[in-house]
Design a protein. Sequence first.
Length: 94
Amino acid sequence: MGEIIKVGMADLKICKAPDGLITLGLGSCVGIAIRDPLTKIGGLVHIMLPDSKAIVNNNGVKEKFADTGIEELLKRLEQYIDSASKDESEINNI
């Protein structure tokens, strides 16, 4: 059994199995989870609001908004998977 990683409000985390992700207290918020079954790498973003453009001073917190949080989740997943694939490739070439 791996580590369970907590995702807070307006937060985003990535992990690889056997680790897992959890968020609490969604209420009116939305949790979006994406997982790649081949690499067993997944991510979870805890979204509070739909549109970053509707808030004048949003402090640049991409994870807080649906329009920027989902995009950020996909970007970080891609980077994590690319990094994991590179590490695995280097190990296989030894």
